[in-house]
Design a binder for this molecule. Structure first.
Ligand code: FEO
Length: 418
């Protein structure tokens, strides 16, 4: 038995196993002309990529163009619905599927590829060199491949797809397909968001949640912001009327809005505001964080938020770090280091390479310290400018110690009001 056949059987077994885990998906919806979306709302998955909490779920979208030639653009996560093949059948109404266009190979979009191949054995798989490497790695599939390169055009009849390679937005093989006749951009992960659609497929039907889009951007795509900017450069001059991402709503009323947001975030452009993060074991560091927050607000700065890094998942902290220009970090000492949960945040920031931010630091300790010392190393590693004289105190804050933080808060406020 060939590896591919073996994997198809495994997929079918998984499908049977997943019968009790079936998620809710809507019937396909027409996007425009002969373009349809198959949307699956995943409200059961707790953690996206087994890391990122999904309090509002996540949606997987894929698209079919039912033209003289038929094309399916990506699939959905395996086991996320047992209706996927039925939806494809319902749109094609007995016609053959001519092309499976693989814009992105991550399993949340490639999960049904083998089932598609099994049902439509003559389907041509369109992808680039990198796509095919990953296709073989995941599914041992090497047949009926149609390689496309940057700018390659595939005519389906009334629809003409032009491919735009967008490496590392989000994987090396990632690419987009632009319908030159209908001005529709199939943007794969780009312009996506967390959250299920709940019947609201299009931007003009939804109350857009920027927070969940920014959390998706900062944690999933943000590390590759430079590549997002390269993708924007390639899309220059394209007339884009509709954006069809693989997650989140479809943008048909105001696609410029989501492009502006992604452009802003990928240029590390932030808003005036202060994100205060603390790690506290006995409440002393927390008291200082609250004191500093109050003083900054008294000094006339409005956008101030305070989080306990031990309580709030780092994905939310990353999202607000992307949003606000000024980040205040306060950590108690722990075995001569900063608190491990603060260390996790700092490690994430360094890993993601967030730029164009400023920082103010404070630490607490009981004998030899370590919190502030290690926060200082973080500031050096990021190259972020420190906008207030750092402070380290021992023990419980009293009026004399709080007074030092009044000065600390004033420096931060003055910077914000510049
Ligand atoms: Fe939604 Fe990179 O996959």
């Amino acid at each position: 038995m060939k590896n591919t056949e073996y994997l198809i059987i495994l997929c079918e077994l998984y499908r049977i196993f997943a019968q009790n885990l079936i998620l809710i998906d809507m019937k396909p919806v027409q996007v425009c002309n002969d373009i349809y979306v198959i949307n699956v709302n995943d409200r059961r998955k707790q953690l996206f990529e087994n890391m990122w909490p999904l309090p509002f779920g996540v949606a997987y979208n894929c698209y079919i163009i039912d033209d003289e030639k038929t094309a399916l653009l990506d699939t959905v996560e395996l086991g996320s619905t047992n209706n996927f093949m039925k939806h494809v059948d319902d749109i094609l109404k007995g016609r053959q599927l001519d092309y499976l266009i693989v814009n992105h190979m991550e399993p949340d979009h490639s999960g049904e590829i083998l089932n598609i191949i099994a049902k439509y054995p003559n389907v041509k798989i369109a992808g680039n060199k990198q796509t095919f490497k990953i296709l073989e790695t995941y599914f041992s599939h090497t047949e009926n491949l149609m390689e496309v390169t940057d700018g390659y055009e595939l005519n389906l009849g009334k629809h003409n797809l032009k491919f735009v390679t967008t490496p590392m937005v989000h994987w090396p093989e990632s690419m987009m397909a632009y319908d030159t006749e209908n001005h529709v951009l199939f943007s794969q992960d780009a312009f996506g968001a967390f959250g299920t659609l709940d019947g609201k497929i299009f931007d003009d039907e939804a109350n857009f949640c920027e927070d969940e889009m920014r959390r998706y951007y900062s944690n999933i795509v943000g590390k590759y912001s430079a590549m997002v900017q390269k993708a924007f450069a390639k899309l220059q001059g394209f007339q884009i009327k509709v954006i069809c991402p693989l997650h989140g709503i479809i943008w048909r009323e105001n696609p410029a809005k989501v492009m502006e947001l992604y452009d802003k975030w990928s240029r590390y452009e932030s808003e005036t505001g202060v994100l205060i993060l603390f790690a506290s074991m006995y409440g002393n560091t927390e008291q200082i964080a609250d004191h500093v927050a109050r003083k900054i607000v008294e000094n006339g700065v409005k956008n101030v938020c305070v989080y306990d890094v031990s309580k709030t998942h780092v994905s939310y902290l990353m999202s607000d770090a992307w949003k606000y220009k000024v980040i205040v970090l306060g950590s108690c000492s722990y075995n001569g280091e900063m608190h491990p949960m603060m260390e996790m945040f700092c490690r994430e920031i360094e890993h993601y390479g967030l730029k164009n931010h400023t920082v103010a630091l404070f630490g607490t300790g009981s004998w030899s310290g370590g919190g502030l010392r290690n926060l200082q190393k973080f500031a050096e590693n990021t190259g972020w400018e420190q906008i207030a004289e750092p402070i380290e105190i021992k023990g419980i804050p009293d009026n004399e110690k709080f007074a030092k933080f009044d000065v600390f808060a004033k420096s931060i406020s003055d910077y914000c009001k510049k």
